[in-house]
Design a protein around this ligand. Structure first.
Ligand SMILES: Cc1ncc(COP(=O)(O)O)c(C=O)c1O
Length: 405
């Protein structure tokens, strides 16, 4: 018999299906059985709105030179054309960056998080994150077993006083603090927006206590009311912010176009790390991405998706008002694609998930986002399900939650 366990590295042995894989597997199983599950789970795109016609037209118009370039290896930092377009795109959000030396195109922001893990972190270092924070970033960081310190996220985002207390505590213990990972704009999962004052204060703390900031911004472009404040990268004077963003929530997650910008030397290190993983990004996808940006179609798509997601948010909020128990609490998201719900202490959303799945609805239990033990939260997605599924899914979930109170 093959003893598979003995072949794994420590890291390999630690790879176990996370909650998202479990939900996807359950949905696949139910599909095979002819049943349907309403997924209020991952941050998928509204499928009917994907810009497939625009992308198809770009490829229909590509000439031989373009196709030859697309089918060849690309450079490790991404195509010149895309880096230049991304630099112009970021300029509109007050981020100045040199496309030749300060940007690397990545396979989604997820790869950017992985690259920053490889370049900066190792066992024994301390990493600070929001508590709660994006679950797949936590999984990426955990690959190198850093000590993870969670700092409270309140309705205005990561709390700078709590951050300073944690930083002092870490340094007083003689530990090495290198990174603070944060999602300042419509944070995943809480959808809170870090105020401009807090952005500035956290940058001051970075300077005072000598740490770097990974600013992860997939959602800031989708604002239902006020525009997002200048990203921390646009306020940074000392090269301490590495800013990552992505096409996944605004154009297409399937294209796997993400990027990082920051200090030239850090970008160069990340580039070296990337060559060891994938040599370069998919050039076909980069071609489409640069053309979409050049033609102004990304801007149009952001506008279109903002309107669609605002409507879907309203439908989900209305359905929750009707179906959820009055003990449930949530913040009305001003952007992004999620609603973060707090339930009474006695509702364990981790345990409740399998029951929800048998009743044909799924969500992400909040415990996956926390560094501390908390079981009474859930994250709901409104970008992907149809409006009918939102209404039906929330009704099913409301009944289930009420049965637990
Ligand atoms: C906060 C955050 N960062 C990064 C990602 C990864 O996105 P991608 O790799 O598709 O760009 C996501 C995806 O949901 C996210 O929510």
């Amino acid at each position: 018999m093959l003893n598979k366990e003995k072949f794994y590295s420590k890291l390999g042995a630690s790879f176990k299906p996370g909650v998202l894989s479990q939900v996807v597997l359950a949905a696949d199983r139910m599909k095979r059985e002819g049943r349907k599950i309403i997924g209020l789970t991952g941050g998928l795109y509204d499928e009917p709105s994907l810009p497939w016609k625009e992308v198809k037209e770009i490829f229909d118009q590509a000439d031989e030179t373009a196709w030859r370039q697309m089918l060849q290896y690309g450079g490790p930092t991404g195509t010149q054309e895309l880096r230049e377009e991304l630099s112009l795109f970021m300029k509109e959000y007050n981020i100045e960056t040199d496309p030749n030396t300060e940007i690397i195109v990545t396979t989604g922001s997820q790869e950017a998080i992985d690259l920053s893990t490889r370049v900066f972190l190792e066992k024994g270092n301390v990493l600070v994150v929001g508590d709660p924070t994006y679950l797949a970033a936590l999984s990426a960081f955990k690959q190198v077993s850093p000590e993870i310190c969670g700092v409270k996220v309140d309705e205005k985002g990561m709390n700078p006083e709590a951050l300073e207390d944690s930083v002092k505590n870490i340094l007083n213990k003689g530990k090495t603090l290198k990174l603070v990972y944060t999602v300042p704009s419509y944070q995943n999962p809480t959808t809170t927006m870090l105020t401009i004052e807090r952005r500035k204060r956290i940058l001051e703390l970075a300077e005072q206590y000598d740490f770097l900031i990974i600013e992860d911004n997939p959602y800031g472009y989708i604002s239902f009311k006020d525009a997002m404040p200048t990203p921390m990268a646009g306020l940074d004077k000392t090269g301490r912010v590495l800013y990552t963003s992505t096409f996944s929530k605004i154009v297409s997650p399937g294209m796997r176009i993400g990027w990082v910008t920051g200090n030239q030397e850090f970008i160069s290190k990340m580039t070296e790390a990337k060559t060891r993983i994938s040599i370069c990004n998919d050039v076909i996808s980069q071609y489409a991405a640069s053309q979409l940006l050049k033609k102004g179609l990304v801007k149009n798509q952001i506008q279109k998706m903002t309107n669609i997601y605002r409507k879907k948010r309203d439908i989900m909020l209305e359905a929750m008002e009707v179906s959820f128990p009055q003990e449930a609490e949530w913040l009305e998201p001003q952007g992004g694609i999620f609603i973060w719900v707090k339930l009474p202490e006695k509702v364990n959303t981790t345990e409740m998930l399998s029951e929800a799945i048998t009743q044909n609805v799924a969500y992400i239990p909040g415990s996956n986002f926390f560094t501390s033990e908390k079981h009474n939260y859930m994250r709901l997605n409104f970008s992907h399900p149809s409006t009918e599924d939102i209404i039906q899914g929330i009704s099913l979930l409301g009944q289930l939650i009420k049965s637990k109170i």
